[in-house]
Each structure stands twice: as structure tokens, then as C-alpha cells.
Design a protein around this ligand. Structure first.
Ligand code: AHZ
Length: 315
């Protein structure tokens, strides 16, 4: 009847076509076989819970003693993780990221624009990673920053010796008295011997909830790449100041691309024994300029941080 056709929003002839399509679909096969036979393998809810929690708790247990901890999974931290994972499959590397989504500021090229600019010679790293780009002479352009970040992330996560703990904040640093080669300890000097962690959501509620003590990871080397000062940034270097290991921070200076990028890469180093600082966190230590939306220095600093970490580790 006319009313029914209007309610369905389609004339009777169209209905026939849909029915025909459905029967064609039933015989079509896909990667899942025939759609008419489609069904998931059976599961019980507890199996899903156990599949996740068993692995997570095994990782917490395993990585409680790590060889290297990287704090912050932005472009610099992920680059360091990639270099370490590639060169040293024998080392256990924990990456701690406060955010749920790793990648820091590298999901966009700058402001809300997609393309990511890297000055040469950072293109060498893109070649190694297998990320395509357009060559513009002195610099190259990846068509979307997310292509760089997702490729880097997928490689880092594929290494069996790297575990990313995201939604986890580093709340403090583990310290030991720094014993010099002569056997002497100098003043109150410390070496960093690991990190103190907590769920980020817990870290954000220390003011209104009590008794939420943290967890720990011991490691002979920590690489801190928590970015410049901000809600979470420059975490480790600010803590170094409050514990008297660094007198004061230089404070990140204004934007000067040409100066900033070289300075960050060249000065990537072990700032106190056991703590390598890299990426934009370093600009707060040295009072270096910022570079804004050009990412070559984050890659260069990450590569150098991996070298510095291995040097400390091998001392
Ligand atoms: O969530 C932070 C981000 O993903 C994470 N992080 C910060 N504090 C943390 C803590 N525990 C765990 N206490 C923490 N994680 O660290 C990551 C830092 O990433 P980022 O992209 O901000 O820093 P980056 O040094 O890798 O890259 C900087 C990119 C910039 S900023 C800039 C400018 O302002 O001029 N220019 C560039 C290229």
C-alpha cells in the first residue's frame, strides 16, 4: 500500500533490488569466508580480562629491573627507543608515557597543520625508517606528521625488548649517592638509578585522594625526553633543581630555528650521572632557543641520546 512505501522511504521496486543484493552478498566470499556463515569464535569475558592482565602484570614484573628507561614518548623519546631497540636486542627498555596516546607533539607539523618539516640531514633517519617525503632542497617534508609518528611508533612497539607503559607518569627519580672512580662521594651528588611511576590519573589526584603511593623501575640509565615546560613537561630537569643537583634552569628562549636545532642536538648529554636529557627538555636546562615546527633536532637528539645512554650503560 501507498502509506507503507512512504514510511519505508523507498518505492517497492527499490525494495526488490535490496533483497536481490542481500542474496548476492550471501554467496559472495571475503577474507572472512561467506558473510551468511559469519560468526566470531566463542569467548568468555574472563578470558579477555586474563589475556590483558596476565601480560601487563608479567611486563610490570619483568621491567621492574630495566636496562634503560625512556621518559616521554614524543618524537625524541621514540627516536631514542627506535635506535636502542634496533642496536641492542639484548637490553630491556621501558618507555614511560604520561598520556594515553604516545607521540607527544608530533601528530601535527605545527599549529593544526598536517605536514612535518625536517631539515637535512634528518632525512637520513627517515630513509632508515622508510618514511617517504618530498625533497625541498635544504629540508624535506613528510605529507602528514602522523605518517612519521605512526611509522616510528609501530617499529618501536614491534621490538620484543621494548615495553611502552602509557597512561603512566614518572612522578620522581630514584637516586643513589654518586660514587666517583676513586671511591669517594662528592657532597650530596647523586646518580639516577631509575624512576618512580604512577598511573597518570592517580598522579593528577594526589591533592584530593590520600595514600596512593607510587611504583618503581630500577635502571642504570634514564633518558628523559619530557619536552619543554608545560603541564607535564621538563619533568626530570625541574626535579633535578628541586633536589639541588642542578643549580637553576636556563629557561627555554624564544624561537630561532637555525640556532635551536643545532644546539639541541649538540648538547644532548648525560646531565647528571645516570640521566641523559634530550629533545626540548634540554632547552630548559641550557636556556636554548626553541625551534617551533621543524622536527630534525628531535630526531638528531634522539639518535644522540641513544648513543649517550649506551655509553653510560657500558661504563
Ligand atoms: O606526555 C608527554 C609527551 O608525550 C611526556 N611526558 C611529560 N612528562 C612526563 C612524565 N612522565 C611520563 N612525568 C611524560 N611522560 O613526554 C612527551 C614529550 O613529548 P614532546 O613532543 O612534548 O617533546 P619532544 O622533546 O619529544 O618534542 C618536542 C617537539 C617540539 S616543541 C617545539 C617548540 O615548542 O618550539 N618544537 C618542537 C619540534
Amino acid at each position: 500500500p501507498a502509506t507503507k512505501t512512504i514510511i519505508n522511504g523507498a518505492p517497492p521496486s527499490t525494495k526488490t533490488t535490496v533483497t536481490e543484493l542481500k542474496s548476492e552478498e550471501a554467496v559472495q566470499t571475503s577474507m572472512f569466508g561467506k558473510w551468511s556463515d559469519f560468526a566470531f569464535a566463542p569467548i568468555r569475558e574472563s578470558q579477555v580480562s586474563r589475556a590483558m592482565t596476565r601480560r601487563y602484570f608479567a611486563d610490570l614484573d619483568n621491567y621492574a629491573e630495566s636496562d634503560i628507561v625512556i621518559v616521554g614518548a614524543g618524537s625524541c623519546g621514540l627516536t631514542a627507543a627506535y635506535m636502542l631497540g634496533k642496536q641492542r636486542p639484548d637490553l630491556k627498555i621501558a618507555v614511560i608515557e604520561a598520556g594515553v596516546s604516545p607521540g607527544g607533539g608530533a601528530w601535527l607539523g605545527g599549529q593544526l597543520f598536517s605536514a612535518m618539516v625536517m631539515r637535512k640531514p634528518a632525512d637520513t633517519f627517515l630513509n632508515d625508517l622508510g618514511v617517504p617525503y618530498e625533497d625541498e632542497g635544504n629540508f624535506v617534508v613528510v605529507k602528514h606528521a602522523a605518517l612519521f609518528t605512526s611509522t616510528l611508533l609501530s617499529k618501536v612497539l614491534s621490538f620484543p625488548n621494548i615495553k611502552l607503559f602509557n597512561a603512566t607518569a614518572v612522578e620522581d627519580l630514584i637516586t643513589r649517592p654518586h660514587i666517583q672512580a676513586t671511591g669517594a662521594t662528592l657532597g650530596g651528588a647523586v646518580r639516577i638509578a631509575g624512576v618512580v611511576t604512577n598511573w597518570t590519573l592517580v598522579s593528577m589526584h594526589h591533592d584530593d585522594q590520600s595514600c596512593m603511593d607510587p611504583n618503581t623501575i630500577n635502571a642504570p640509565v634514564v633518558v628523559s625526553t619530557t619536552g619543554h615546560d608545560g603541564p607535564f613537561g621538563a619533568f626530570s630537569v625541574k626535579r633535578l633543581v628541586s633536589m639541588g643537583q642542578v643549580e637553576k634552569l636556563g629557561g627555554m628562549r624564544g624561537l630561532d630555528m637555525a640556532r635551536a636545532e643545532d644546539a639541541i642536538v649538540k648538547s644532548t648529554r648525560e646531565v647528571v650521572p645516570g640521566l641523559v636529557v634530550a629533545g626540548m627538555e634540554l632547552s630548559e636546562v641550557d636556556g636554548a632557543n626553541r625551534m617551533g615546527p621543524t622536527f630534525g633536532a628531535m630526531v638528531g637528539s634522539g639518535v644522540k641520546a641513544a648513543e649517550e645512554a649506551l655509553r653510560v650503560f657500558e661504563e
